[in-house]
Design a protein around this ligand. Structure first.
Ligand code: FMN
Length: 294
């Protein structure tokens, strides 16, 4: 998640063993293959964790994406490339990338194949939404994606037009997706906030797994809890919100941050913006004060 699974959040989640691998926020490629030193520095927060890292890339030039994948293959810890074809941000769409690529499924297939060719030691996957305008577009998109034989597909049930609007029974769209991708490892995405529900939905719609996103900001242990449930093991102790937030704030201070922005945003999501605790924190003037208040 751009602006979330970066810096202090990544460091603390990794340290607390709340995740087993990272998919980075997207790296948008426009003009040339970034230098190795730049790629290394950009990815260091993930690669430093020692966990396997899948690097998400986005762009319009398949050759550029493939050449970048080849360079990424030389970075220790990088195990895969994920192609972003789902981002609904207006800027990204204006540039013709992200979710816009759903209107050009042949490009998606060809780019996945080009990435595979250029970086044969890495896994190749793709992040999709169910369509640009309408979920019926899955019938055109998914068979072409399957032709590229990605290692897995993460599918967010909304279309690009639906952005983050409520879609009643959105998960039903996975029945169609599953039928169109019978032999592809398929992970569902969208509105996953609770471990039990993640498993229920994956099972009900015949998926191989699920990929929660915003839920990690509310419940940092969500992935760990899903894994525990899958194994049929007893629940592990809950992550205490205040402890977690304090650790994030301290980590951000160590990284030279001074502004409360991200930590306060996370506190609002974890504690609830109406809560007394959040109200108290929101009056702090700098990160140091916020860390002390936590
Ligand atoms: C702040 C934010 C940043 C995101 N950044 C990315 C990104 O870089 N790459 C990506 O594939 N999806 C990104 N997403 C989309 C999520 O991966 C996910 O598909 C979507 O939020 C729906 O899942 P959720 O309801 O569990 O959050 C982002 C979502 C949010 C809220």
């Amino acid at each position: 998640m751009e602006g979330v699974t970066e810096g202090s959040f990544c460091a603390v989640m990794s340290r607390r063993a709340l995740v087993r691998c990272w998919i980075t926020p997207f790296i948008r490629l426009t003009t040339g293959v970034p230098r190795l030193v730049r790629l290394r520095s950009r990815l260091s927060v993930c690669t430093d964790s020692g966990l396997p890292v899948i690097v998400q890339v986005m762009g319009t030039d398949g050759g550029l994406l493939a050449a970048t994948a080849a360079r990424l293959a030389s970075i220790s810890g990088v195990v895969g490339i994920d192609l972003n074809c789902g981002c609904p941000s207006p800027i990204v769409l204006r540039n013709g990338s992200g979710g816009r690529m759903l209107q050009n499924p042949k490009w998606i297939r060809d780019t996945l194949l080009a990435i595979r060719d250029a970086a044969p030691t890495l896994g190749v996957s793709v992040k999709l939404r169910t369509g640009f305008e309408a979920p019926e577009e899955m019938r055109d998109i998914l068979p072409l994606v399957a032709e590229a034989k990605p290692d897995f597909v993460i599918l967010h049930f909304r279309t690009v037009r639906e952005r983050y609007h409520e879609v009643p029974e959105g998960w039903r769209r996975f029945d169609t997706a599953r039928a169109l991708l019978p032999r592809t490892v398929l992970f569902g995405s969208g509105d996953l906030f609770d471990a039990k529900r993640c498993l229920e939905l994956s099972d009900r719609h015949g998926l191989d797994g699920c990929a929660p996103a915003r839920g990690l900001m509310r419940t940092p242990a969500l992935c760990r809890d899903i894994e525990t449930l899958c194994r049929g093991e007893a629940c592990l102790p809950k992550v205490e919100n205040m402890d977690f937030l304090r650790e994030i704030a301290e980590e951000a201070l160590l990284r030279g941050r001074t502004q409360t922005g991200f930590v306060l945003q996370l506190a609002g999501t974890m504690l609830g913006r109406e809560s007394e605790a959040f109200h108290r924190l929101s009056h702090t003037r700098c990160l140091e004060e916020l860390a002390a208040a936590l």
